[in-house]
Design a protein around this ligand. Structure first.
Ligand SMILES: [Zn+2]
Length: 274
């Protein structure tokens, strides 16, 4: 559920096997928003990363759901890490970060903005896929009466994702995307998803957003936080404006913007696709 800028995980894993192996930097338990050191050689680094994350992202959800921090590296790009569920219950989450992609010691403003985007995007997954948002199920095919089916379960009626899909993923678009998603050949899948993005480029804030409704809401949420409120309407601008109807999300936005080192100018207009 991660990997901003790379369309698909399988291709990426393939590349990974051919190039860099992942080096583990460390894993730490987190309890009620506090990291627990474990006498490993990188304890201090773990604490520094956790403090960085905790100082930017809203604490209530982190404290409630995040039980673990894992740092690793496979070099730049490749796997950037993500917010991952520790099991199928969507109650327990781990933050995985590549220390090469997210170098919290850098002074390069582009790199800082890049990892800030990634952190906010990842938080978007926690926000939209936690237990208050998703009803677990064993259904493998979607029951249209129950709404949009994610890998873990149905987006609960009234959840952010359910409302987002109802507003922006009309049945025809979902059908078109579903057909593409059935492709078994990974290269074809990546190509077709990119064509899908190009066919609907006005609707998506980035190419990565077109990968799925889950990525679309995480990316749109990121632009909601980092952009000014759009003056324009329709298409991707409407997706950014969507979040303003939720006062708690406007508060999160304010919190994050107060805690990042700089706020980009006209982010959605200036954003360069990878
Ligand atoms: Zn993602």
């Amino acid at each position: 559920m991660m990997k901003k800028g790379l369309l698909l995980i399988p291709t990426f894993l393939f590349v990974l096997q051919l190039t860099n192996a992942q080096q583990q930097v460390g894993v730490w338990n987190v309890k009620n928003g506090k990291i627990e050191t474990n006498k490993s050689e990188n304890d201090q680094l773990g604490v520094q990363y956790w403090e960085c994350i905790h100082s930017i992202l809203p604490n209530d959800l982190l404290n409630k759901y995040v039980l673990s921090l894992r740092l690793f590296s496979d070099g730049k790009s490749e796997d950037m890490g993500g917010m991952n569920q520790l099991d199928e219950t969507v109650e327990f989450w781990q933050i995985d970060l590549d220390t090469a992609d997210m170098n919290i010691f850098t002074r390069d403003s582009i790199q800082i903005l890049d990892y800030t985007h990634t952190l906010i995007h990842e938080f978007g997954h926690l926000l939209t896929l936690n237990t208050s948002q998703i009803e677990l199920t064993d259904d493998e095919t979607e029951d249209p009466d129950r709404g949009y089916l994610t890998t873990e379960g149905y987006a609960i009626k009234g959840s952010y994702l359910n409302r987002f899909v109802e507003a922006f993923w009309k049945p025809n678009l979902l059908k078109e995307w579903d057909r593409i998603n059935k492709k078994k050949n990974k290269k074809k899948l990546v190509d077709r998803l990119y064509d899908f993005y190009l066919d609907h480029a006005q609707e998506f804030v980035t190419d990565y957003a077109a990968e799925s409704p889950e990525e679309d809401i995480a990316e749109s949420w990121t632009f909601f936080v980092l952009s000014d409120k759009p003056m324009r309407s329709g298409g991707k601008y409407q997706k950014i404006k969507f979040f303003y109807q939720f006062p708690e999300l406007v508060k999160y936005r304010t919190h994050i913007r107060e805690n990042i080192s700089s706020i980009p100018v006209s982010y959605v207009e200036n954003f360069k696709q990878n």
